[in-house]
Ligand binder design. Structure first.
Ligand code: MEV
Length: 320
C-alpha cells in the first residue's frame, strides 16, 4: 500500500508580516502543492527522499541540512505512534521553494499526513498543524503559523496567531480569480521577518499604528470577500503593495510584475508572503484573467492561475 497526501501551497491576500506581530491576515490555499508518499519498509530504516532537491535522509545517521526540519517532524510522528519499524517518505513539489508560496509548510503538512497515515494513525487537523510546525519553526525561526494552517485546512482563512489562535473560514459570495506569478530569485523568509522586526524596534509607535491600520483593513477585506466586491478588494491589494514596498520588502522585479498586471487590467496586485523577491498575486476581472496571465508569463519564471477557494490537505491510499 502507498499512503499519499497532497497539501496545497498558499498565498497571503493581505496582512503578511503584521501577522507575525499579532495582527490579522487573510491567506488562501492554492491548487498547486506538495505530494508526499509514505510506505512501511521491511527493514528498520527510516528514509526521506526529496525528488526536487535530489537528496535522501537516513534517520538518524545521515540527514542533509535541507531535510533536517522534515526529519524532526518524522521523528516526532514515529515516536508518537510508538513505531519501531522501517519507513520511506518520498516528496515531490509542484511549487517553487523560497518563493512566498508556502512550499515549506506544504512539504511538512503533506509529509506529516502521509507518514501518520502509513503508520495507521489518523491525525486530526490540529495534530497535523502541531507536528508540521516543528519543521516550520526549524526553518523560519518565528513564523506566525499561517502557512501551515492554510495548507492543512484550505479555503480562504482569516488568521491571527496567539495563545488563542483565530482561524475563521471566509466564504466568498463568488470565486476569486487570482494569478500568481513568481520571480525566480530566492530569498529567506527568516531574514525578511527579522528585517521587519528591525523596523518595529526602530519605530515602535509607527509600527504599532500600522498594525492597527492593518487590522482595520483586514476586517474590511474580509467583508468585501463575503460580499463579492472584487474590484474593491483589488484596491486594498494595491494599497498593501505600497505599504510593503515602503517597508523595503519589494524590489524592481516584483514592481514590474505588479505594473504589468495593473497595465493588463487587474483590479489589484501585490507581493505575497515574505517579499524580497518571490511571488506576486494579481486579482483579475473574469474577462481579463487569461490576458493578464499571458502577459505575466512573458516576464515571469512561472504563472499559476488559481480560482479561490481551493481545498486543504487530502489523504488517500493506493494499492501497489
Ligand atoms: C508567511 O507566508 C509570510 C510572513 O507573514 C511570515 C509568517 O507569517 O510566518 C512574512
Amino acid at each position: 500500500m502507498r499512503y499519499i497526501a497532497q497539501a496545497p501551497g498558499k498565498v497571503i491576500l493581505v496582512g503578511e508580516h503584521f501577522v507575525v506581530h499579532g495582527g490579522y491576515a487573510i491567506a488562501a490555499s492554492i491548487t498547486e502543492g506538495v505530494r508526499a508518499e509514505a510506505r512501511k519498509l521491511a527493514s528498520n530504516r527510516i528514509r526521506i527522499i526529496s525528488e526536487d532537491l535530489g537528496l535522501t535522509a537516513e534517520i538518524p545517521n545521515r540527514i542533509p541540512r535541507e531535510l533536517s526540519p522534515l526529519a524532526q517532524c518524522v521523528t516526532a510522528i514515529v515516536k508518537r505512534c510508538k513505531y519501531s519499524g522501517g519507513l520511506e517518505l518520498r516528496l515531490k513539489s509542484m511549487i517553487p521553494p523560497s518563493a512566498g508560496l508556502g512550499s515549506s509548510a506544504a512539504t511538512a503538512v503533506s509529509g506529516v499526513a502521509a507518514t501518520s497515515s502509513a503508520l495507521g494513525r489518523r491525525l486530526s487537523s490540529a495534530e497535523i498543524v502541531e507536528l508540521a510546525m516543528i519543521s516550520e519553526k526549524a526553518i523560519h525561526g518565528n513564523p506566525s503559523g499561517i502557512d501551515v494552517h492554510t495548507s492543512t485546512y484550505g479555503g480562504i482563512i482569516l488568521f491571527r496567531k496567539g495563545p488563542k489562535i483565530i482561524r475563521n473560514s471566509i466564504e466568498p459570495s463568488k470565486p476569486l480569480q487570482l494569478i500568481v506569478a513568481y520571480d525566480e530569485g530566492r530569498r529567506q523568509t527568516a531574514e525578511l521577518i527579522s528585517k521587519v522586526d528591525g523596523f518595529r524596534r526602530s519605530a515602535p509607535s509607527h509600527f504599532s499604528a500600522l498594525l492597527t491600520a492593518n487590522n482595520v483593513m483586514v476586517e474590511k477585506v474580509t467583508n468585501l470577500i463575503k460580499l463579492g466586491r472584487t474590484a474593491d478588494i483589488g484596491a486594498y491589494l494595491n494599497f498593501y503593495q505600497a505599504i510593503l514596498s515602503n517597508m523595503n520588502l519589494s524590489n524592481p522585479e516584483i514592481d514590474s510584475l505588479v505594473e504589468s498586471s495593473l497595465d493588463g487590467g487587474a483590479f489589484g496586485a501585490k507581493l505575497t508572503g515574505a517579499g524580497g523577491r518571490g511571488s506576486i498575486i494579481a486579482l483579475s476581472p473574469d474577462n481579463k484573467f487569461k490576458k493578464i496571465g499571458k502577459s505575466l508569463s512573458r516576464i515571469s519564471e512561472r504563472v499559476i492561475e488559481v480560482t479561490l477557494p481551493a481545498p486543504g490537505v487530502r489523504v488517500w491510499i493506493e494499492k501497489t
